[in-house]
Write a protein that binds this ligand. Structure first.
Ligand SMILES: Cc1ncc(COP(=O)(O)O)c(C=O)c1O
Length: 384
């Protein structure tokens, strides 16, 4: 049996009718740049996130860069980011002219450890970028408290967490409706890279927020600093979300909750089946979270051996991420060294991402787990 890591063709089969007719509509109108469907999707996605405004941009990376720039963060400033995430969380800070300052992650959630943020603050710190890694919200309440205390901006990197929820009181307690990722900081940044829970047919991204002044600035920043067609107030970028992409994304947004529900069912099944395999550690969903499982990961000390075994047997697995950011060559100049962030380094060594998408079949999940069990029984994965 083949189990691909992702199945974008199956997704297309489900949305084909809507997507094709949306594309035909756009070609008929030919309003390719900031057209009607782009504005409509901005409104719909902002509403979905519980925000007043949405600004469609070229990518998740640009969403982060433009948010930083719109907040006036740049040269001479420092921004706190987790040491374990996709590099764009940090490179966007560098590209805005500021310096990323890494903080270790929590070993259980792999999200930024809020308890370590204050130690990393200096007079230059202007913002924190929590990442809702793999689809699970970072623990926002303690982080927002620290940000408030030190007058820091909070930019949520929600590139992997469309539709995830954060419950203030924890799940078991008197929890409210929960807050969507992207709705808790000063700005929420999303990527619509094709493999994301909500992904386009190419690159795309969005910033969602409530502050009208910031919104007006971002509208100009993403469009050559335009106030009107040939009147440029500020030096801006060309970073607009294509109308074609917005139309594709709008068709998929209607299905996002159902797709996330299916991801959650698949994750539950993996976790139940993997629970008792010696040498395998699963990650539990945090008490405060509605995880949307952009990535389903587990950890094992013999990661590379297990990856080889699964690949050999037709299972698409990946490692997110094999090198933590402070050890990336691109960031060597910052002077971090091995041992600085033990939880990030341990995750980078032990983590493995199993196939996860809404079209995964129960039989495929059982097959993947049977291979893991087979490897463990043969002595491949060491005891916990
Ligand atoms: C956590 C995180 N931040 C930022 C990005 C950047 O998004 P994009 O690839 O759309 O630029 C990604 C996605 O790839 C991501 O996973």
């Amino acid at each position: 049996m083949k189990v691909p890591f992702l199945d974008l063709q199956a997704q297309y089969r489900e949305v084909k009718k809507d997507v094709n007719s949306a594309l035909r509509r756009i070609f008929r109108r030919s309003d390719f740049i900031l057209g009607e469907e782009e504005r409509l999707f901005e409104r719909e996605f902002a509403r979905y996130c519980g925000r007043k405004f949405g600004i469609g941009v070229n990518s998740g990376t640009d969403a982060l860069i433009l948010s930083l720039r719109a907040m006036g963060i740049g040269a001479g400033d420092e921004v706190i980011v987790p040491a374990f995430t996709f590099i764009a969380t940090a490179s966007s800070v560098s590209l805005a002219g500021a310096t990323p300052v890494f903080v270790d992650v929590d070993e259980q959630t792999l999200n930024i450890d809020a308890g370590r943020i204050e130690r990393a603050l200096t007079k230059k710190t202007r913002a924190v970028i929590p990442v809702h890694l793999f689809g699970q919200p970072a623990d926002m309440i303690p982080l927002l408290k620290i940000a408030r205390k030190h007058n820091l901006k909070v930019i949520e990197d929600a590139a992997q967490a469309h539709g995830a929820l954060y419950y203030e009181g924890g799940k078991g307690k008197a929890r409210g409706a929960g807050r969507k990722t992207g709705s808790m900081g000063d700005a929420g940044c999303f990527s619509f890279y094709p493999t994301k829970n909500l992904g386009g047919a190419g690159d795309g991204g969005m910033i969602v927020l409530d502050d009208e002044r910031l919104y007006q600035r971002l509208i100009m920043l993403r469009d050559n600093g335009r106030k009107s067609r040939y009147e440029h107030r500020i030096i801006g970028y060309n970073s607009r979300l294509d109308t074609l992409q917005a139309a594709v994304l709008g068709s998929k947004l209607k299905r996002l909750d159902a797709w996330n529900d299916r991801r959650r069912i698949c994750a539950r099944m993996y976790t139940d089946l993997l629970q008792d395999i010696s040498g395998v550690n699963v990650f539990d969903e945090s008490d405060y979270a509605r995880h949307v499982y952009h990535i389903y990961c587990m950890r094992t000390p013999d990661r590379d051996g297990l990856v080889g075994h699964l690949k050999k047997n037709g299972v698409g697995v990946m490692v997110h991420y094999p090198i933590p950011l402070h050890l990336q060559e691109a960031y060597r100049f910052l002077g971090y060294k091995r041992g600085d962030f033990p939880a990030a380094e341990k995750a980078a060594k032990e983590i493995i991402s199993l196939p996860m998408h809404p079209f995964l079949k129960n039989s495929q999940i059982r097959f993947v787990v049977s291979l893991i069990k087979q490897y463990a029984t043969a002595g491949g994965v060491h005891a916990r």
